[in-house]
Design a binder for this molecule. Structure first.
Ligand code: GRF
Length: 195
């Protein structure tokens, strides 16, 4: 089952997806990785021989043109599922409408708490004792989509944003891999929504 992954960052989540996807019994195959900049994580895709593309906002006339270019780049790989793995931009209508119910995202907090770009920092600042990660179906809002899976992670007294985010990633990556496996394993008809 073809899967496209979108990234903006270091790509440790992508690396976990690639590693699981490389097993012969895995129901999905990562057929393309797209970034919105020259993200460090693209190296994981290149090392695995997976085609990559970079679609920069700055290379397009406006946001709408970038939205269309991103949707075209994704469509070029004909994915069954699109996975946002640390992709830091909101998706526009062209991409959302092309893959209804077939785009998922992972967020490093227990939604609906601490949505947005700083979920780890915000949870730490609030003083919660337990946070975690959430895999959601993507809609037009900021981390508002239907929740598909969650995992809880303890906050330690001496945690910094970096140590807490690292502990969250240890739980988040297997959770995401599991959801992607589940969503691609079943024999589904083309138009049927995921999950
Ligand atoms: C993940 O924790 C993801 O939830 C968040 O950014 C992180 C991505 O890290 N949005 P990486 O680039 O995969 O290492």
């Amino acid at each position: 089952t073809p899967v496209v992954v979108l990234i903006s960052g270091t790509g440790s989540t992508l690396a976990a997806l690639l590693e699981a996807g490389a097993h012969p019994d895995c129901p999905y195959e990562i057929v393309g990785v797209i970034a919105d900049k020259e993200a460090a994580g693209l190296a994981h895709a290149r090392a695995a021989g997976v085609p990559t593309a970079v679609v920069r906002l700055a290379d397009h006339a406006d946001r709408a043109a970038w939205d269309r270019a991103l949707a075209e780049a994704v469509a070029g790989f004909s994915p069954r599922l699109v996975v946002l793995a640390g992709f830091m931009k909101l998706l526009g209508a062209p991409l959302l409408e092309a893959h209804p119910g077939r785009i998922i995202n992972t967020h490093p907090a227990l939604l609906p708490s601490f949505p947005g770009a700083h979920g780890v920092r915000d949870a730490l600042a609030h003083g919660v004792k337990v946070t975690g990660a959430t895999v959601i179906e993507v809609d037009a809002g900021v981390d508002t989509g239907r929740i598909l899976a969650q995992v809880a992670v303890e906050v330690h007294e001496d945690d910094t944003e970096a140590t807490l985010h690292e502990r969250i990633k240890q739980a988040e990556q297997p959770l995401l891999v599991d959801v992607v496996r589940r969503l691609t394993a079943a024999n589904r008809t083309e138009q049927e929504p995921i999950a």
